[in-house]
Design a protein around this ligand. Sequence first.
Ligand SMILES: O=P(O)(O)OC[C@H]1O[C@](O)(CO)[C@@H](O)[C@@H]1O
Length: 438
Amino acid sequence: MAYLKLDSSKLNRFVNSNEVPEMQALVNAANRELRDGTGAGNNYREWLHLPTNYDHQEFERIKKDAQQIQSDSDFLIVIGIGGSYLGAKMAVDFLHGDFDDLNSSNHQTRVIFAGNSLSSSYLHDLLELIDGHDFSINMVSKSGTTTEPSVAFRIFRKRLIKQYGAKEAVNRIYVTTDAKNGALRQEVNEKGYESFIIPNGIGGRYSVLTPVGLLPIAVSGGDIDQLMLGAHKAEDELDNPDLTQNNAYRYAALRNILYRKGYGVELLENYEPNMRMFAEWWKQLTGESEGKDHKGIFPASANLTTDLHSLGQYIQQGRRILMETVVKVNHPRHDVDIPHNDKNTDELQYLEGHTVDYVNTRAYEGVVKAHTDGGVPVMTVNIPDESAYTLGYLIYFFEVAIAISGYLNGVNPFNQPGVEEYKTNMFILLNKPGYTNK
Ligand SMILES: O=P(O)(O)OC[C@H]1O[C@](O)(CO)[C@@H](O)[C@@H]1O
């Protein structure tokens, strides 16, 4: 039985019973492109076998360095953007919930992210927050020249040197970058920083299970052994192209069928606030992989039940362009009883004896029915719990599903040529050497 279930039972009025089997031939072709390396972007498929084929020595070094950082730092400042940020951030949030950092009895190193915007206030406030505290830096960039993280690196490295002196600062800088190329690798070679490798055959948005995600996750106290084991399970389970067997491929086929019927926007939804960033990670994965050649599903997200009181109106009655994919946790980390109250002024006495998650799940069921009845197709990816093992599985599930989705839609799922456009304009405006005559 598959570890992770895809519930597509509510799609009956949107997808005819013959449509999924009719996708099988296309899915087989997409699968061959992915597995045999005959598809576009074939140099970027190393993530496919990463859970079974990773550098075990480097993995152990990550765990050792994580312990070192935990013992000498109140904060780890993780500097990176896009795939060099989103995977680590979503995993730390997923595994630890919303209040770990605020809990005064928790003396763990706090993992804070920077270099993912050009906000001066954010950088100023973070510098103020770490003032008087011990900290280390994890600079994450494959190219080593991305503007946002490079600016932040300068600023936090300067603070590190001021606080500890140039020699000790070197021991507090951990760099995750390309094995051979790029400005950061050059700096690592010159300065002797501890460093980790972003494998050549793995693009940013597929890199969360490399040191890009693993070091910050390990420093946060996340179990990276379990994370890799879960991904390994997914790698084993999700390599059969048969749509009756492979839930990730079936998800890819179903969203492709819906896309062709005019459902051009997909909302990834959760019912747990610690999954907000999961949607942000998924948005980069899908948006950069599929949004090109003037086609692709637009990835968006909603956090429920919260957004039922904002986006809910549009989803229920706005333009019929939306499809929804819910990631529903079957057993949240904790459940809470709804207490007794002598008075029933809040009209909640009928819920006494139940738990909050019982109500959350009934809300989910009610929303699925309302949206389906209102003309919005809804699928659900059911995950058993919020463990590191499940997260590893879920990461691989979406990675392989989106790669197949890209090939189904006839695009290269592993490049992102459109990202360069804003950079060129920004460099011209900033008078960057080499750009002034463009
Ligand atoms: O790791 P780098 O080279 O700083 O790039 C950051 C991000 O920018 C992109 O190149 C484009 O968004 C992503 O693929 C990558 O995750």
